[in-house]
Design a protein around this ligand. Structure first.
Ligand code: PAF
Length: 298
């Protein structure tokens, strides 16, 4: 990996600058800050797709400087097999960022993010967000996300942070983290819309792991969310959730959840008043690939 990194970074030195240490990156960012330039930041775990590139594009339109990071965060994988199988496409990622006009790339080794080791856990008070939906099915996941994102935000101190709506609950968790850090007036969070493939499948790094039939069936998640949207009525939502779950099962998915929740708080809703803004959220396995998706329903 090192030789690829050095080769590509040499070619691109005058365009996108790649940093591996927090101190080098910090010095560079200070120079922009002294000139009063706004810094936009999109943290990623690599295996980049057009969804990530849309974060980059939005940041470029709103900031003088755009920084992306690629760090596959070991602390947020509750399942070690999932961590091992997480796709890595570094050479293509660097090419995509470079051609997308990214100014800076932060590519830290684990020790830069976790100087005291990955197992040195801190606890973040995320309230019910920590133990519901993704938090329930991936225990410890959001604590791990917070560990990496807190460190990244401390290093970067961006004016604007760009996150994808595809990880709806993660966006809420990171907003909460920023509050816990006391930085809600300094870091402005921008949630960018989900980008979809032609058949509706939400773009995700994990889609790379779908093979043959699995890929052909994967749009069932999107169809399920559309089913919720089209059949939404005032009153009880429990039958609708059950029918949507069955739809997914018929397409060979193994659902973790099909939920409808308040779009502001993420509290599940069973009786809808027809006015509250609601979001449909699904998580399901096809084979051993776990996919998530969501849609604002009204
Ligand atoms: O969404 C992701 O790619 C990751 O969870 C993030 C925000 C980069 C933290 O590791």
């Amino acid at each position: 990996m090192n030789s690829i990194y050095e080769r590509v970074s040499d070619i691109n030195r005058t365009k996108m600058i790649i940093f591996k240490t927090a101190s080098d990156l910090g010095h560079q960012l200070d120079k922009y800050r002294q000139k009063g330039q706004a810094i936009g930041f999109a943290p990623t775990m690599g295996a980049l797709h057009d969804g990530h590139l849309s974060l980059l594009k939005t940041s470029k339109s709103q900031n003088q400087v755009t920084l992306c990071s690629i760090f596959v965060n070991p602390a947020q994988f509750n399942d070690p097999k999932d961590f091992k199988k997480y796709p890595s496409t570094l050479e293509q990622d660097i090419y995509k960022l470079e051609t997308g006009g990214c100014d800076l790339l932060f590519l830290p080794p684990v020790e830069e993010i976790y100087p005291d080791g990955v197992t040195e856990k801190k606890h973040y008070d995320l309230g019910y967000l920590d133990t519901m939906l993704e938090g329930k099915f991936r225990p410890g996941h959001f604590q791990g996300v917070c560990m990496a994102v807190e460190r990244l935000l401390e290093i970067v101190l961006p004016d604007n942070l760009y996150l994808g709506q595809k990880d709806f609950q993660q966006c809420m968790v990171i907003k909460r983290l920023i509050q816990l850090m006391g930085k809600e007036n300094k870091i402005h969070t921008n949630i960018c819309p989900i980008l979809r493939e032609q058949d509706g499948l939400a773009m995700s790094s994990r889609n790379m792991r779908l093979i043959g039939e699995q890929r052909a069936k994967a749009a069932a998640l999107y169809e399920t969310l559309n089913f919720l949207k089209q059949n939404l009525n005032k009153g009880s939502l429990s039958d609708l959730k059950k029918e949507a779950t069955t739809l997914l099962q018929e397409k060979n998915f193994k659902p973790d959840y099909v939920e409808i929740a308040n779009a502001k708080t993420l509290r599940p809703i069973n009786e809808w008043d027809s006015r509250t803004n609601i979001v449909g959220l699904v998580a399901a396995y096809i084979g051993d690939v776990r996919l998530i998706d969501n849609m604002i329903l009204n």
